[in-house]
Design a protein around this ligand. Sequence first.
Ligand code: NAD
Length: 283
Amino acid sequence: MAQKLLGKPVAAEIRERVKTYVAEERRQRGTVPGLAVVLVGEDAPSQIYVGLKHQAAVAAGMRSIERRLPEQSRTEDVRAVVEALNQDPGVNGILVQFPLPPHIDRQPILDHIDAKKDVDGLTRLSQGSLAQNIPGLRPCTAVGIMDILAHYHIPVAGRRAVVIGRSALVGLPAALMLMQKQATVTIVHSRTLGSADIARQADILVAAAGRPGLVDGTWIKPGAVVVDVGIHRTDHGIVGDVVSQHAEELASAVTPVPGGIGPMTIAELMQNTWLAYCDQVGR
Ligand code: NAD
C-alpha cells in the first residue's frame, strides 16, 4: 500500500508561515502585500478558483483585489486593466485567471504583466528565468510538486523522472525544476509514442495530462513515486489523471486527489505573492 503524500498539512504550513511574515510586516511597517486577480467572463470553475484565491489572500492577512471584466471585453481592455495594476504600488502580485474567452489573445496579456508581479510565473521573462535557472517567480503548481517531494524527503537527484504533459503552467516547469534538482527527466505529451512504456521507467512519475484515469497500472513502475496533478469533477467525485487504486497498489508513494497537489497550488500562490512583495519593497 502506497504512502499518501498529503498536500493539506504541507500547504497549511506554508500558508501559516506566510501569514506570520505578513502579520509581522503589518506590525513593523504598517504595509501588507496586495494580490490582484483579473477575471474575464463568467466561467463557473474560474469563479470558484478566484473565490478560493481571494479567501486565501485574506486569510494570510493580505489585500485581495479583484478586477472583473465582461465576457465581451477586448484584448486591449484586459491589457489596460493589467497596466493599471502594474502601476499600482499597492499591488504586488497579478494573476490573470484562465481560461480567457476564446477571442482574447492570451500571451500579449501575460507578457504585459510586470515580471516582478507575475505570481503565476507565466510571462516570457519568468519562463525564461526558470529555463536559465536564475531567480524569478515560478509557476505555483510546479513549485507545489517540488515542495511536496521535499517535505516527504523523496530523493530527486540522480533519479529518473517522467512528466506527462508539457504545458507552460505545469508540465514544462515541473520538468525543468526536477532537472534542476538533478533528476534525469523525460517529458511525454499527446504526440508521444509508447508513453506507458516510457512512464514505467520512472522513479518519479508526474501526471499532468488533464486526462482522467489516463495513467493506469501499465504506466507505473512498482515502487515509483506518483504525483497526480490532474483534477476532474466527475459523477463519482473528484478524480485525477491516475487510476488511484492502481497507484496505491503499485507505487511506494502517491499524492491523493483531492488533497494532494491541489491545496499546494494556492499555498504557493500566497508564498509567491509574499516573495514578490519582498522583492518590490527591497526586503
Ligand atoms: P493542458 O491541457 O494545458 O496540458 C496538458 C498536457 O498534457 C499537454 O502538454 C498535452 O500534450 C499532454 N497530454 C494530453 N493528453 C496526453 C496523453 N494522452 N498522453 C500524454 N500527454 C498528454 O493542462 P494543464 O494546465 O497542464 O493541466 C493539466 C492537469 O492538471 C489538468 O487536469 C488540470 O486541471 C490540472 N491542474 C491542477 C492544478 C492543481 O492545483 N492541482 C493546477 C493546474 C492544473
